[in-house]
Write a protein that binds this ligand. Structure first.
Ligand code: SF4
Ligand code: SF4
Length: 114
């Protein structure tokens, strides 16, 4: 299966298993999918990530960091302002941000719509 074209499962927070890793962010797995998702509020489906770095460049608060394993991680999720720009920037739909408490006005502001 060409995993590049499979977007992040937006229901992973309730349907995937949160597994224990020695990482500063949650790691999720699914028996049915076989892939991994890093993070909770800001989540990255690692198997769909092409390391294009667009999310890194687009995030206004520098949430993302490239790990020593050469994977994009949501290391600084606490800095997230829920603007959703990373979701829009990601060409493979590998990112999902939990909109709870999110700011559509912030997104519009960053897009120059207000
Ligand atoms: S929602 Fe905005 S602030 Fe949060 S990680 Fe994405 S681009 Fe960064
Ligand atoms: S924008 Fe998407 S594909 Fe590109 S590095 Fe970020 S998560 Fe990976």
């Amino acid at each position: 299966m060409d995993r590049i074209h499979v977007p992040i499962d937006k229901n992973f927070r309730t349907t995937w298993n949160r597994i224990c890793h020695e990482r500063p962010y949650a790691v999720w797995s699914s028996e049915h999918d076989g892939g991994l998702i890093y993070g909770s509020t800001v989540a990255i489906y690692i198997d769909a990530c092409t390391l294009c770095m667009k999310c890194v460049d687009a995030c206004p608060t520098n949430v993302f960091k490239l790990s020593l394993e050469n994977e994009i991680t949501p290391l600084y999720t606490k800095e997230c302002i829920l603007c959703l720009v990373c979701e829009i920037a990601c060409p493979t739909d590998a990112i999902h941000v939990d909109r709870q408490g999110g700011s559509e006005e912030t997104l519009k502001s960053l897009l120059g719509e207000v």
